[in-house]
Ligand binder design. Structure first.
Ligand code: GUN
Ligand code: FE
Length: 449
């Protein structure tokens, strides 16, 4: 059903500018696209603004004083299989953390029923926090990863989903052969593609909108894959023309191990490039310890970066140079990296990112427009969805959060001096999921639990 919203609408228009629209009138068509956005429509002229809209087929929402609409958040890096121990195991650095906590948990995803339960809850929590698009890592297990696709589809999130690849440097129970890893990845991609084809056929022709779930090639990181597996995955990504995600330059011990495993490559970033895995469709998480030539390689390949500050603090990886990423106009968005990060909320990623940037570069720390951009438009650009989501320009798909800062139990207190700007900032820095009154994806309200 088409929708019309009247009230305060806030979105990024560029990395340096947030537009605050008062008395906005936003029209969303039945396919979930922004059809019209009018600014400054006085209350007494609302009926004129609505002229031509048949309210029998369009639902009108008039926002209250302490409500506003913002674009949905984009989480460019999150591990669904790690949700069950979110908040545990911090203070252990990456490689030890993988061995002691992550791998034993991920081994359990051999059982698809077990996977189904955790995946359903991880996706619900992510949506509840206003994440309308997410790049998910599953585990090596094909059947369990299909469960993640189904859990996401049933709850209506926009997502990239990856079956993880590992054929070395993990416990035996999590080791694939090169052949089975590639065969299962191919089977997974074909599963999602046929799932989407079926979905399109099932939809009424006048209601056709693009499928929301996309398969993504997901070598865990260079350490966990041999050169022949990495090369095979690069070929699969090219064959199906699909995105790629992995971890890059997260931790100094990891980098040392990687360079000793791939002596023919000039850098960690070059390892991915040398295997056909650094393209404009790649999403590299972390990028904390990068050399000059690696930044150049990222720029030249048009690859995207998922900045995961909460995880980088928690498992003590370091502080990424986000100022440099933005100055170089690299594609950069935010990632929660659950469970390296303790929170499924992009609001938390915004806060950690701000602190990280102040600690690294106090004189040129990130500004609020830059933080909000990374959480929305920047993340969309990283997912190569910059023409589809990220703000409310006409033609964009309507992925949004209806924020209510005065909801019962709200962590935010509103005072007489508050303006639209101060209310918005309070949401970013004090708000939480209780303030997310409604979440919309592709124009449809999703159920929050
Ligand atoms: N590097 C390889 N695997 C992982 C993971 O699961 N989490 C994080 N943060 N880094 C990784
Ligand atoms: Fe990660």
């Amino acid at each position: 059903m088409a929708k019309v919203f009247y009230g305060t609408i806030i979105h990024s228009v560029s990395v340096s500018e947030i537009e605050f629209i008062s008395n906005g009138l936003l029209f969303v068509d039945a396919q979930g696209r922004v059809a019209k956005l009018l600014r400054n429509v006085p209350q007494d002229q609302l009926q004129d603004g609505l002229a031509g809209i048949d309210l029998a087929v369009a639902e009108l929402t008039v926002l209250e004083d302490n409500q506003f609409i913002i674009p949905g958040f984009v989480d460019t890096h999150i591990h669904a299989s790690q949700y069950s121990y979110c908040g545990n195991g911090h203070d252990i650095p990456l490689l030890e953390w993988l061995d002691s906590l992550t791998f034993p948990h991920e081994a359990k995803f051999k059982d698809s029923h077990y996977a189904r339960n955790i995946y359903t809850r991880a996706v619900a929590r992510s949506l509840r926090n206003g994440t309308t698009s997410a790049c998910w890592f599953a585990t090596i297990h094909l059947d369990a990863t299909k469960e993640l696709v189904r859990a996401i589809h049933e709850q209506g999130q926009r997502a990239f989903v990856g079956k993880v690849n590992m054929n070395q440097n993990a416990p035996d129970i999590l080791i694939e052969t090169t052949e089975s890893s590639i065969a299962d990845t191919r089977a997974f991609v074909e599963y999602v593609n046929s799932f989407n084809t079926q979905l399109m056929q099932d939809q009424a022709s006048d209601q056709r909108s693009k499928p929301l779930v996309t398969p993504i090639i997901t070598p865990r990181f260079a350490i966990s894959c041999t050169s022949d597996l990495l090369r095979g995955l690069g070929k699969l990504a090219a064959e199906f023309d699909i995105p790629i995600q992995s971890h890059l330059c997260e931790n100094t011990n990891e980098i040392e191990f990687t360079m000793s495993s791939f002596p023919d490559s000039t850098s960690y970033t070059a390892v991915y490039a040398d295997h056909g895995l650094l393209t404009q469709r790649s999403i590299m998480a972390h990028c904390v310890h990068m050399k000059d030539d690696e930044w150049t390689l990222m720029k030249d390949s048009h690859a995207g970066i998922s900045h995961c500050p909460s995880s980088n603090f928690n498992i003590k990886s370091g502080m990424a140079d986000v100022r440099r990423m933005i100055d170089m106009d690299l594609k950069v968005g935010l990632g929660t990296d659950v469970a390296g990060g303790y929170s499924c909320s992009i609001l938390d990623a915004i806060r950690c990112s701000r602190i990280c940037s102040i600690a690294r570069n106090p004189t040129r720390s990130l500004l609020i427009p830059e933080l909000f951009y990374m959480a929305t438009m920047g993340g969309a650009r990283v997912m190569e969805l910059g023409d589809t989501i990220g703000n409310f320009n006409v033609g964009m798909e309507f992925d949004a959060i209806l924020v209510n800062i005065a909801v019962k139990g709200s962590p935010i207190d509103v005072f007489a001096h508050d303006t639209v700007q101060t209310k918005f900032e309070k949401y970013l820095f004090v708000g939480d999921d209780r303030n997310n009154a409604k979440v919309y994806i592709q124009g449809k309200e999703v159920k929050l639990s």
